[in-house]
Design a protein around this ligand. Structure first.
Ligand code: ADP
Ligand code: MG
Length: 232
């Protein structure tokens, strides 16, 4: 479970990006986080991944308290979350397989488990046959699926994606969302930041709308003509 309680975030330059957010995401949920540019969506993601700490309020992530967390616990907390970035952030000099093996070794997984896990995850994202390729030899959609595989490879309980469809055409975007839904059905909590209203509409999932650092709507449904519908 993820919980933000009365969270505020003010950056060093005085920008108040988050102005008092309360939000709970239960295990197994699929949540879209939407809102205009600059509304605070990426700040929320950075708070959830522990990249930044809130100025005010408490954050609980999968049993860990992100406030007063010990140095020793930080990697354990991070291991419960897989992050997918818009710009993929793959290592170009490594093959697909080695990009995945790298993040497994980084958390101390042994070779046997690595050898077993990677084919499973690559098959899940439909890239088993691309295991030996380098990222530059893949299309944008394929690279994004490698990024998803990498986020999944350490079996996190939560997947968080910040604008994962930003660099993809509409068909690839839909495929990617379908893949995230499939991953969610296999038991992983999924949080997706997106500005793609059409996509959000199609899925009928929980939509949390952020504006000026506040949650202004939290409902099941999507947008209609730029406005949110559905029950609170
Ligand atoms: N590192 C930072 N330092 C100062 N201000 C920032 C920083 N990152 C984001 N902001 C500001 O915080 C606000 C929210 O930004 P962000 O969370 O990136 O919004 P979104 O992802 O919804 O576009 C914006 O006003 C942005 O300019
Ligand atoms: Mg952003």
């Amino acid at each position: 479970m993820i919980r933000l309680k009365d969270v505020e975030m003010e950056y060093d330059n005085g920008t108040k990006a988050i102005r008092g957010i309360n939000l709970t995401i239960e295990d197994g949920e699929f949540v879209f986080l939407v809102g205009p540019s600059g509304s605070g969506k990426s700040t929320i993601i950075k708070l959830l991944t522990g990249e930044i700490e809130p100025t005010v309020g408490r954050i609980m992530i999968n049993g860990f308290s992100a406030n007063n967390i010990s140095e020793r616990q930080i990697p354990l907390m991070r291991r419960t979350i897989g992050v997918i970035f818009q710009d993929f952030r793959l290592i170009e000099k490594k093959t697909v397989y080695d990009n995945l093996a790298f993040v497994m070794r980084a958390v101390g997984v042994g070779p046997k488990e690595i050898h077993k896990r990677i084919p499973y995850v690559l098959q899940l994202v439909g890239l088993l046959d691309k295991s030996g390729r380098h990222p530059t030899e893949l299309s944008g959609g394929e690279q994004q699926r490698v990024a998803i595989a990498r986020a999944l490879v350490n079996n996190p309980s939560t997947i968080i994606a910040d604008e994962p469809t930003g660099n993809l055409d509409p068909d690839r975007s839909l495929e990617l969302m379908n893949l995230l839904v499939k991953i969610n059905k296999l038991g992983t909590t999924v949080v997706v930041v997106t500005h793609e209203k059409d996509l959000v509409d199609r899925f009928g999932k929980r939509v949390v709308t952020i504006d000026s650092g506040h949650v202004i709507n939290d409902s099941v449904g999507g947008y209609v003509g730029g406005r949110i519908h559905g029950q609170a």
